[in-house]
Design a protein around this ligand. Sequence first.
Ligand code: TXD
Length: 317
Amino acid sequence: MPGPKRNKIAVIGAGNVGATTTLDIAKLQLGDIVLFDVVEDMPQGKALDMYEAAPVHGYDCRITGTNKYEDLEDSDLVVITAGFPRQPGMSRMDLLKKNAQIARSVGENLANVAPNAILIVVTNPLDVMTHLIQKVTGFPPERVMGMAGVLDSTRFRCFIADKLGCSVKDVDAFVLGGHGDSMVPLARYTTVSGIAISELLPKDEIDALIERTRKGGGEIVSLLKKGSAYYAPAASVTVMAASILRDEKRVLPACARVDGQYGLSEVYVGVPVKLGRSGVEEVIEVELTAEELASLKKSADEVIEGIEALEAEGSAE
Ligand code: TXD
């Protein structure tokens, strides 16, 4: 007798973030996973290696690798990590164009093989890539989102816990805006077991933690020398995937399409959202100060500039 349908999850890009996300998702047993990459045999090798760990870890899901989009047919959720990091000598625009080409091809293929999937985009520059993929697929915006806020907020939570010498479990942080430099951390909504951090740390120390969070990605890059962060990014994608596939309705920061909220329209930007089986089920709007609103607007303007630059180059949809 056929049992209940298992979730099918596709991960595009079997590099550091893609492979680590696959393993994290398997450990939570969210469904069967297909790992896709354009490099021949590599996703098959990584998938087989991870599958061979299943009896030891005790996860009961299939993990396969592929170079063919047909194998992603009818996926329920797709994580998109395909892309390249900036190479020495490459301008921001060159990177934008290169990753936009990849995003377009991924989007076109997914629209064919997995028209009902929910997409979580990870590829940088995050907000622009998320916008592009929504446009190319034509999927409703609630089914296309990007991961950045969970990562920024988990970094901020770690740094606060470290500073206070308390458990990371009790720290909750709230960040808005774009990834990295244009991130807008909201210290007054950041708490330790409900206590505002302003009660626990002086302003200059909070500001220093915010600055470290903004540069969190760069800190890892300079330590690794080659490549960028992937353990915390993969864990952040996985928490979003779990909330969607298990319909947990968690409230998490994500790159989502706002339509009127925060005075912004038709742009992807980091905001708190409710994630459930339909994707982004609600964009949560909170009262912001004029300064916070201006930072959020600046971050949205940067996304629009990126999209316009691509359009001017004839590389956007
Ligand atoms: O917070 C965030 N959103 C981020 C974003 C956190 C971490 C990493 N972030 C970005 O994710 C990073 O700047 C990159 O744009 C992506 C992927 O990072 P990763 O560290 O996993 O990069 P790798 O290890 O270079 O892997 C990229 C893989 C590699 O195996 C390529 O062969 C593959 O992408 N690739 C493709 N796969 C499928 N289809 C196409 N067209 C393709 N092109 C390259």
